[in-house]
Structures are given as structure tokens and as C-alpha cells.
Design a protein around this ligand. Structure first.
Ligand code: C5J
Length: 222
């Protein structure tokens, strides 16, 4: 067992039953010129998470941990896009429309794919999810169960939306999550702080929050 300094208390894990889950590090959210930036967001706040996530990804791969990548998006025919999601925000150019990086949040389009810096390696599962949570309408739970995974190290964007939703879903399904705070990002600094606080409050009501460095140190020793 390895132990990482975290809040509300140390997180103990076994790399053999722990997976790294990288949530929605997609060009449309993170890259300059994508959908996120077109909506007026400062993508540098999300991009800060790329380099530390890259280090965690390298270390997890070297240790032989299961690495799972998720992407938020929809089928080409948009048959899995609920009407409320399509119309929410009253956007002139929204999900399914031609955006700056081709059709927005549509599978197979340039902006929907994962940023080059964190490109999945062959054999690493990619979970395509139509919702905010990684477990909703996906086979993630059976994939983790079949591989004996009990704990998740979580990186990705955005902290208060897809990261938080996925951590809550994971927690209800019996997985312990450690969210690496320098490896997750939000367009809104106040949401970053609040959503991490919500995870670790009340004795870790949804999980743990820590930093990548102590995790890397613990993994090196494990
Ligand atoms: C959002 C996400 N924010 N991946 N998606 O719509 O957090």
C-alpha cells in the first residue's frame, strides 16, 4: 500500500487496484481557439493543469496503472444529445454546430479529441460520454469492475462540472477518489476552490483532495 498526503486525511492506495482517470482534456475546452474560448473563457486557467497531468500520466504508465481517458461529446447524428442540453445557454453556435474546431462536441471532430500533450496511448480505454458524469450512459463501471479497480486518481476539466459530477458518481458506486488539485482546472477560480472544498468537506464526503507531487513521490516508492 502507498500513502499520499491529502485532505481530509492521507489517501492509501495500491497501484494495482487504482486507475488514473483523466477527464475531458479535449481541445474544445482547453486549447486556444476552441469552443471554450469562443464562449469568452480564459483557457489558460485550464491549461495550467496540462503539465502536471502529463507528469502523473507518465508515472502511472511507467507503474503499469490502468489509465482511462474520457471525452464529453455526442454521436454524429446527435441522437444522444438531449434537447435541454442542445438549447441550454441560447447560444448562436452550440453543441453539434460548426465551431472553430469543426462540429462542437461531436465525436470524430478535431475539437472533440484529447489535446496532443495528453494523447492516449494504444490500449488505454477512452470513454465517450454524452453527459457530464463519466458513469452516465457509459460502460466505465463494468470496465473498472472487470479490472478489479477500487480507487481512482482524478485529473481533468472542468473541476466543478465533469470532474465533480464524475467523482460523485464514482463515490456512490463504491470507488474512492483522490482529486489532484493542480491537475484539474476551472474557468472560474472561485468554483475551483469551492468544488474542491465540497469534495473533501465533512470527512471527505465525496473523496480526497491532494497535489500531484506527493502522489508522484508515493507512486515512486510503491
Ligand atoms: C463542461 C466539462 N464544462 N467537461 N464540460 O461542459 O466539464
Amino acid at each position: 500500500m502507498a500513502s499520499v498526503l491529502a485532505e481530509p486525511y492521507e489517501f492509501e492506495f495500491d497501484p494495482r487496484s487504482c486507475a488514473l482517470m483523466i477527464i475531458d482534456m479535449q481541445r474544445d475546452f482547453v486549447d486556444p481557439g476552441g469552443f471554450g474560448e469562443a464562449l469568452g473563457n480564459d483557457v489558460s486557467l485550464l491549461r495550467k493543469a496540462i503539465a502536471p497531468t502529463g507528469k502523473v500520466l507518465d508515472a502511472a504508465r511507467k507503474k503499469g496503472m490502468l489509465v482511462i481517458h474520457t471525452r464529453e461529446g455526442h454521436r454524429q447524428d446527435l441522437s444522444d444529445l438531449p434537447d435541454n442540453k442542445k438549447v441550454r445557454g441560447r447560444l448562436e453556435t452550440g453543441i453539434g454546430d460548426q465551431g472553430p474546431m469543426r462540429r462542437i462536441l461531436v465525436r470524430g471532430e478535431y475539437g472533440h479529441d484529447i489535446v496532443d500533450e495528453l494523447k492516449p496511448e494504444p490500449g488505454e480505454p477512452i470513454v465517450d460520454k454524452p453527459g457530464k458524469g463519466a458513469f452516465y450512459a457509459t460502460d466505465l463501471d463494468s470496465m473498472l469492475h472487470n479490472r478489479g479497480i477500487k480507487q481512482l486518481m482524478v485529473c481533468g476539466v472542468t473541476t466543478e462540472v465533469c470532474v465533480n459530477t464524475s467523482v460523485r458518481e464514482a463515490n456512490d458506486r463504491g470507488y474512492d477518489c483522490l482529486v489532484l488539485e493542480d491537475c484539474v482546472g476551472s474557468y472560474f477560480p472561485e468554483f475551483q476552490t469551492a468544488s474542491l472544498n465540497m469534495i473533501k468537506a465533512q470527512g471527505g464526503i465525496f473523496g480526497w483532495v491532494g497535489k500531484s507531487k506527493p502522489f508522484l513521490d508515493a507512486l515512486a516508492k510503491a
